[in-house]
Design a protein around this ligand. Structure first.
Ligand SMILES: NC(=O)c1ccc[n+]([C@@H]2O[C@H](COP(=O)([O-])OP(=O)(O)OC[C@H]3O[C@@H](n4cnc5c(N)ncnc54)[C@H](OP(=O)(O)O)[C@@H]3O)[C@@H](O)[C@H]2O)c1
Length: 350
């Protein structure tokens, strides 16, 4: 890991929305970069949902990569009123896909027309929606192969070192190149291996296709990634899903050619054989999964093209049943839900 010789000039710091596994990982990397560059107090703050969440925050985040906990300021979104004006210049959103629209809306009053919004979600629907809502110039997407899970609130394990690719969905022209370069300089590029991808859309489409093939099936068969290739029924479903996903994406003008998806999926399953997919982790923890942003979104895309997609629909139906059972099983009162991740080595690391 190399350090730059000179401090990188920062117009303003970062606010991280979603202080879960990824949020804490990125917050620590940013705070450590500030520490090393002798920026004084950290230029990164956590945005917590409300005063109750703020009261439960110990003031520090622990990361398995770091020798000591890092003091990172936090602000409660509800209650960040005129007495404590909150100005967000750079927003990194690390909520789950299904929580993202609501979470960003909750801080919208604190964004200006020049604020940058960086999205780190699985899938592609949220990135497309927010790009339309807030403008192609201000919205950035990150696709990452880092893996992280929470041992306890604000205590993150960096389980798999990986890379992160930064881009914009509408990345035409030199302006976008300049925007990406200047944003990368504000990110912990060395610590988290952040690269610029001028075709992030293609990367996100491919990851969506692969996740649609793998994730739900790991829940249906309650197995690790690699086992999908060994269970005959799962292998058959996988191959049928791959065919159908390719057909749907071929009909979407913005989607890149998928090539041989079946071979790519098999490769991912070999490389991540021991991993528990993020969707299966969510189900095992009794939490909502991102399925509506994976196979759910694929079914929406197919409907918009008037195409049938019976295999994805069947998988989605099965997932919904399994998900609601898991949520019920973990939440007899319907009000509690676990806040920690399970200690699995992560996740969908393509
Ligand atoms: N973890 C990984 O290894 C990994 C790898 C690649 C990509 N990703 C992607 O990164 C995204 C985040 O994943 P994650 O694993 O970090 O999820 P996570 O641990 O569940 O963290 C999400 C955080 O967002 C918070 N949140 C939700 N709604 C909020 C709101 N309205 N205001 C403030 N905070 C809110 C949640 O708080 P509560 O718990 O209180 O709801 C939680 O702390 C997902 O899209 C995932 O697919 C994750």
């Amino acid at each position: 890991m190399t350090l730059t010789d000179k401090p990188i000039p920062r117009a303003a710091g970062w606010h991280i929305l979603g202080a879960g596994a990824m949020g804490c990982l990125w917050a620590c990397a940013m705070a450590r970069q500030d520490e090393r560059q002798a920026m004084g107090s950290p230029q990164v703050s956590l945005l917590l949902r409300d005063q109750e969440a703020l009261a439960g925050y110990p003031g520090q985040v622990i990361c398995s990569d770091m020798e000591h906990p890092l003091s990172i300021p936090a602000v409660a979104i509800a209650g960040a009123d005129d007495q404590t004006p909150l100005q967000i210049h750079n927003l990194l959103v690390t909520t789950k896909a299904q929580d993202t629209l609501t979470a960003v809306a909750s801080v919208a009053n604190h964004l200006s027309t020049t604020s940058r919004i960086v999205l780190l979600q699985n899938g592609l629907k949220i990135q497309q929606q927010l790009t339309r809502l807030y403008g192609a110039e201000r919205v950035f997407c990150v696709s990452t192969s880092h893996g992280a899970w929470l041992k306890a609130p604000f205590d993150v394990v960096h389980a798999g070192n990986g890379d992160a690719w930064l881009g914009q969905l509408d990345a035409t022209g030199t302006c976008s190149r300049a925007r990406l370069q200047s944003l990368r300089q504000l990110l912990p590029a060395e610590q988290l291996n952040v690269h610029i991808d001028h075709d992030i859309g293609a990367r996100l489409w491919r990851k969506l296709a692969i996740n649609c093939a793998i994730n739900a099936l790991t829940v249906i068969h309650d197995c690790r990634n690699g086992e999908l290739l060994q269970i005959p029924e799962a292998r058959q479903s996988l191959s049928r899903l791959c065919d159908e996903i390719c057909k749907v994406l071929q009909a979407i003008p913005e989607a890149p050619p998928m090539g041989d998806l079946w071979t790519q999926v098999q490769h991912v399953l070999h490389v991540t054989a021991a991993n528990v997919s993020s969707t299966l982790q969510d189900i095992r923890r009794g939490r909502h999964s991102e399925i509506d942003h994976l196979n759910g979104y694929l079914c929406e895309l197919a409907s918009a093209q008037h195409m049938p997609c019976p295999v994805n629909r069947a998988v989605l139906q099965q997932m919904r049943v399994l998900e609601s059972r898991a949520i019920q099983a973990h939440s007899p009162t319907g009000s509690e839900r676990p806040r920690q991740s399970s200690p699995h080595r992560s996740t969908d690391r393509q």
